[in-house]
Design a protein around this ligand. Structure first.
Ligand SMILES: C[S@@+](CC[C@H](N)C(=O)[O-])C[C@H]1O[C@@H](n2cnc3c(N)ncnc32)[C@H](O)[C@@H]1O
Length: 356
C-alpha cells in the first residue's frame, strides 16, 4: 500500500494538554484540518497551516508547554477534491470543462444534468461524483425536459442505489419524493417557506396543483388551517399521503386526487381565503376557477413562466386580464417576484394577487 504524507510545521504538546491546545489552534485558524493529528506514546503533534514563531505561538497557547518542528502528516482525505479532478484520465481532457458545476440534492439522491457531449460518460461522472461527495446514496442524471400534464421528467441511474424515491427535508419538514413519478424541486424551498409565512390561522386554503404537497405541508405544519391539496397525478397524492404520516401538523390537509377545475367548480363559491397556483406552464387556464373560489380580499398566488425585458410588468398585465376574464377585479398585487431562472431570458415568476 502506498502511504501518502504531507510535511507540515507542527506544535507538540502533552496528551493531557491536547484538547486545550487543539481548541486554541482552531480558534486561531492555525490547525490544518486537512491533515490528521499525529500521536506517539506521550505526545500529540498538531499540523499547522503556516509557520509561526515560538513567541507568536506562546500568545495562542498561553500556559500550555509545547515544542515546534516539521514532520510528515497523513492527509484526512486522499481522493480527488473536484469532479473534474476525479475524472482526469477517464474522459477526454477537452470535455472536462463541460462538466456540470452544480447538482440538486433531494434527500439522499443527487440529481445532475449532463450536457449532450458527455452523455457517453454518464456512469463515470456518477461514480466520480460519489467519490468526491460522499453524503448521498444515488446519482441520477436528468434525461430530457420536464413535460406533460404531471410535469415529470425521466432520469437515468448513474451510480449508487437503484432508486428514485427518497425522503427530502426542508426546514425539518419531511417530504416523501419520487422524482420519476411526481414533480418536486428543492430549489423552491424558500418559496414554500415564504408562502407559509403569509398564512394566518383559521384560513381555508386550496393548493390547486399540489404535487407531492410541499406548499400544503409547510402551511399546515405551522398554522391551524384547512388545506385542500389537489393534484391530477395519483403518484403525487400517494406521496403526499405518506408525508402526512412523517410529520406533525397544527392544521389539516385533505389530499384530493382530481382535476383542479372540476374540483373547484363542483365545490366552492367565494368561500376560500387563499389559492396556490404553482403550475407555471398551465395555471393561466385555471384563474377563472380561482376567481370562483376566492372570497373578496382573498389571495391568489399565481405562478407563470415569463420572459422579456420587464417580466414584472408583463405578469401584472397578464394576471390583471385573466382575473377580469374570470369575472373579478384585482384589488392589489402585494408581491411580484422572480422565483428562479427557467430558461435563458425567462423566469418562473409569482404574483401574490388580492382579489376584489
Ligand atoms: C409544477 S408542478 C408543481 C407541484 C407543486 N405545487 C410543487 O411546488 O412542488 C404542477 C403540478 O400540477 C399538476 N396538475 C397538472 N394539471 C392539473 C390539473 N388539471 N388539476 C390538478 N393538478 C394538475 C401536475 O400533476 C403537477 O404535480
Amino acid at each position: 500500500m502506498i502511504s501518502v504524507s504531507f510535511d507540515r510545521y507542527f506544535v507538540r504538546t502533552n496528551v493531557s494538554d491536547g484538547e486545550q491546545a487543539r481548541q486554541a489552534l482552531i480558534d486561531a485558524k492555525l490547525l490544518d484540518i486537512e491533515c490528521k493529528i499525529a500521536k506517539d506514546a506521550d505526545w500529540l503533534y498538531f499540523p499547522l497551516t503556516e509557520k509561526k514563531t515560538k513567541k507568536g505561538l506562546g500568545k495562542i497557547l498561553g500556559k500550555i508547554e509545547y515544542e515546534i518542528g516539521v514532520r510528515g502528516f497523513t492527509p484526512v482525505y486522499m481522493g480527488p477534491k473536484t469532479l473534474s479532478e476525479a475524472l482526469v484520465g477517464l474522459i477526454p481532457p477537452n470535455l472536462l470543462d463541460l462538466l456540470p458545476r452544480a447538482y440538486d440534492l433531494i434527500g439522499d439522491i443527487a440529481v445532475i444534468e449532463i450536457p449532450d457531449e458527455l452523455t457517453d460518460y454518464g456512469s463515470q461522472i456518477g461514480a466520480a461524483l460519489k467519490t468526491v461527495h460522499k453524503n448521498f446514496n444515488t446519482v441520477l442524471g436528468k434525461r430530457g425536459a420536464i413535460s406533460g400534464t404531471t410535469r415529470v421528467r425521466q432520469y437515468e441511474i448513474l451510480a449508487g442505489q437503484k432508486k428514485t424515491k427518497t425522503i427530502h427535508t426542508e426546514y425539518n419538514l419531511r417530504i416523501a419524493v419520487d422524482v420519476a413519478k411526481a414533480y418536486f424541486s428543492p430549489r423552491l424551498l424558500e418559496e414554500h417557506n415564504r408562502i407559509a409565512d403569509l398564512v394566518s390561522d383559521g384560513e381555508l386554503v386550496i393548493d390547486m396543483f399540489t404535487g407531492v404537497g410541499p406548499f400544503a405541508l409547510h402551511i399546515a405544519r405551522r398554522h391551524r388551517v384547512k388545506v385542500y391539496a389537489v393534484d391530477i397525478n395519483p403518484d403525487a397524492i400517494d406521496l403526499l399521503q405518506e408525508s402526512l404520516e412523517l410529520n406533525r401538523f397544527a392544521g389539516e390537509i385533505i389530499p384530493i386526487l382530481g382535476d383542479a377545475h372540476d374540483y373547484i367548480q363542483s365545490g366552492f363559491d367565494g368561500d376560500v381565503d387563499r389559492v396556490i397556483m404553482n403550475h407555471p406552464a398551465g395555471a393561466f387556464e385555471f384563474v377563472v376557477d380561482a376567481c370562483k373560489a376566492l372570497k373578496p380580499e382573498g389571495v391568489m398566488h399565481y405562478y407563470d413562466f415569463i420572459g422579456g425585458d420587464n417580466p414584472e410588468s408583463s405578469l401584472t398585465e397578464k394576471i390583471t386580464g385573466l382575473v377580469s376574464d374570470g369575472g373579478r377585479e384585482v384589488a392589489r398585487i402585494e408581491t411580484i417576484r422572480r422565483v428562479r431562472d427557467s430558461a435563458p431570458y425567462e423566469y418562473q415568476m409569482v404574483a401574490d394577487v388580492v382579489i376584489q
